[in-house]
Design a protein around this ligand. Structure first.
Ligand code: ATP
Length: 598
């Protein structure tokens, strides 16, 4: 397949924000494709080269890309810089400058396979001289590319491809292009993806063996399964009612979710909630897990929390977050902030996939599989049948340093539902009991200039929740409180890659920030209550026509959710449920209808 065809499809995708149109464009694009082009095209459209969990990064900074564009177009870098200031995008500048160079047209058309191969070489260039090597490969690619191709190649290497194709839309398109597009086919495609986290693999099997062939995709060591997620309830009696009066309660540890892949031989691999590999951050866990697992290969899940190894006490989560991204002095940090994994799931036991078994069976397997060590322990659990017993367990869990409890259904059919949120697991946190709602994970979609001490920086951020049905980010608050000096200094740098001159098509807001941002960074916020708002767009129309939901008195908790991608933020439907449960709890004299913070 020629890269031009992909670039033309991108051009059309960029021009629409309607999910149905996007799907139609994608279907048309992928239907004629076969492996390996099919996988290449799917990954490239998401701005990736390989499945996300492989963590392939191009490592091309703005300055390198600018240099490559200048060399390919035969102009100096300052010209490229000036024109980019005007156009707002180096990709656009590249395509404009290369028009002149390509008067005669490229000799040998670039293919999708060529582009993938060369971009992979850029990603793989490491060590001394690698920056130069990256620039050179990019120059060679740009020289061969048409102006339109160059625009998207540059955006790809910078990570600013804005075609907005998300996994859910790709799954829709796959079911339509290579099966009958029915609900059943779509569900099977999604199930295979949830199990393998690899769209290229799913697409390849689908084309070659049809929908039924997808059943051949199994859980495998080294390939993370998408995590099962929990629903909420406002109190313990509702939790028990949902579970037919009987549930396994576990301590809800407040740390980082870790999926551990322990092979029979070879290195243990750890994946985060968003399936990034984090093995290097926790060498003490990768070393101890093989000793703690009786029958490998195994895949278990647990929560990684900081502990005081002398007393066994759980420490605040912030201690673990200090370890993220600190690759250099790990040895010292390991001593300062020791962590422990509290295992709560088993998905593969002694090579047998067990995610399809009921929860009581899996828990029994986990108890048999695990030989607890200092750093790998079992999540504390108790089966309860009534509210007093549940309340007592909850209080003990909180006293022991947990943030609440996770209730797990013991019913027939309580399989592990990869990638799904449902009432098989219900979280109930400490804050509910003191009248505050749960925290919300919002995606930054814009920044507002600061004043006073914050002059020259952003003083507040516009946050959105995600609506998976419409693939939209809908704003629910503007937050400027809760940022300490370190966070204020860190934020602009963290957000720079997402800045964009205009409102991204996937973002809906009644407010216009000083700087728009593509959905990327997720922040945890709390607030006083959720209210109906004419300004915000979250769950628009669900409570009142034309009005969305807003969070009053929002405050950043200090926790950047690096373990969540933008589509893993709180959803509009969750926000609506939080709003409704809050209405149920509030007294009739005090309905939550106060003014929303804009
Ligand atoms: P969500 O995962 O629901 O999107 P979140 O990542 O913000 O939300 P929480 O709302 O805190 O997380 O609740 C779910 C998380 O609780 C799990 O993803 C897991 O990391 C953590 N957790 C802690 N203890 C347990 C346990 N015993 N069983 C399952 N999950 C647990």
């Amino acid at each position: 397949m020629r890269f031009t065809e992909l670039a033309e499809a991108y051009e059309r995708l960029e021009a629409t924000s309607k999910r149905l149109e996007m799907r139609a464009i994608l279907v048309e694009l992928i239907r004629p494709l076969r492996p390996p082009d099919l996988a290449h095209a799917l990954f490239l459209s998401q701005g990736m080269l390989r499945p996300e969990y492989e963590g392939v990064e191009l490592g091309v900074a703005d300055s390198l890309a600018r240099r490559a564009v200048a060399a390919a177009a035969g102009v100096d870098e300052s010209t490229v810089g000036k024109r980019t200031k005007a156009s707002g995008d180096l990709g656009t500048t590249a395509s404009e400058l290369l028009v002149a160079v390509h008067r005669l047209g490229p000799e040998e058309p670039l293919t999708v396979a060529d582009a993938t191969r060369e971009l992979t070489r850029i990603a793989e260039a490491k060590g001394p001289g690698s920056q130069e090597a990256k620039v050179q490969i990019l120059v060679d690619l740009l020289v061969r590319a048409t102006p339109l191709e160059a625009k998207f190649l540059v955006r790809f290497v910078l990570g600013t491809l804005r075609v907005g194709v998300r996994e859910m839309t790709i799954l829709d398109a796959l079911a339509e292009a290579f099966a009958d597009g029915s609900k059943d086919a779509r569900a099977k495609v999604e199930a295979a993806f949830n199990l393998s986290s690899d769209l290229g693999l799913v697409a390849g099997v689908l084309v070659e063996r049809g929908v039924e062939g997808l059943a051949s995709i199994e859980l495998e060591i080294g390939r993370p399964i998408r995590p099962m997620l929990a629903e909420r309830e406002p109190d313990l009696s509702s939790v028990l009612a949902r579970m037919d009066g009987r549930a396994a309660l576990e301590v809800k540890y407040d740390g980082l979710r870790v999926q551990a892949h322990v092979p029979r031989r070879g290195p243990v691999r750890l994946f985060s909630r968003r399936l990034e590999e984090i093995s290097a951050q926790f060498p003490e866990l990768t070393a101890e897990l093989p000793l703690a697992i009786r029958d490998t290969p195994a895949i278990i899940e647990g929560e990684c929390v900081p502990v005081d190894l002398d007393t066994g006490e759980i420490l605040p989560f912030q201690e673990v977050s200090r370890r993220r991204g600190r690759k250099h002095d790990l040895a010292r940090v390991q001593e300062e902030v020791p962590v422990c994994l509290f295992a709560f799931e088993v998905l593969l036991a002694g090579g047998t996939p067990v995610y399809g078994r009921s929860f009581p069976e899996r828990r029994a397997l986990l108890e048999g599989l695990l030989k607890p060590t200092e750093r790998v322990r079992l999540a504390v659990q108790e089966v309860v049948h009534d509210v007093p017993a549940a309340t007592r367990f909850f209080e003990e869990a909180v006293a022991a340093g947990g943030e609440g409890v996770m209730a797990k259904s013991l019913k027939e059919g309580s399989a592990y539902r990869a990638g799904a949120r449902g009432y098989w697991w219900i979280k109930y946190k400490r804050e509910y009991t003191v009248g505050l709602s749960d925290s919300i994970d919002g995606v930054v979609v814009g920044g507002f200039h600061g004043r006073g001490r914050r002059a020259g920086r952003f003083g507040a951020y516009l946050l959105a929740v995600y609506d998976p049905a419409r693939d939209r980010f809908e704003t629910f608050c503007k937050v400027g409180t809760g940022f300490d000096d370190a966070a204020l200094a860190e934020m602009p740098q963290r957000l720079a890659p997402f800045e964009t001159p205009a409102r991204p098509p996937s973002v809906e807001s009644g407010l216009t920030p000083d700087q728009w941002m593509r959905p990327g960074l997720v922040l945890e916020v709390r607030g006083a209550e959720l209210t109906v708002s004419p300004i915000h767009r979250a769950a628009i129309g669900a409570v009142r026509a034309e009005a969305g939901l807003a969070l009053r008195f929002p405050r950043f908790t200090g926790r950047i959710r690096d373990d969540k991608g933008p589509t893993e933020a709180t959803t509009s439907a969750e926000l609506l449920r939080m709003y409704r449960s809050q209405v149920r709890q509030a007294s009739p004299k005090d309905p939550p209808t106060g003014p929303a913070s804009p």
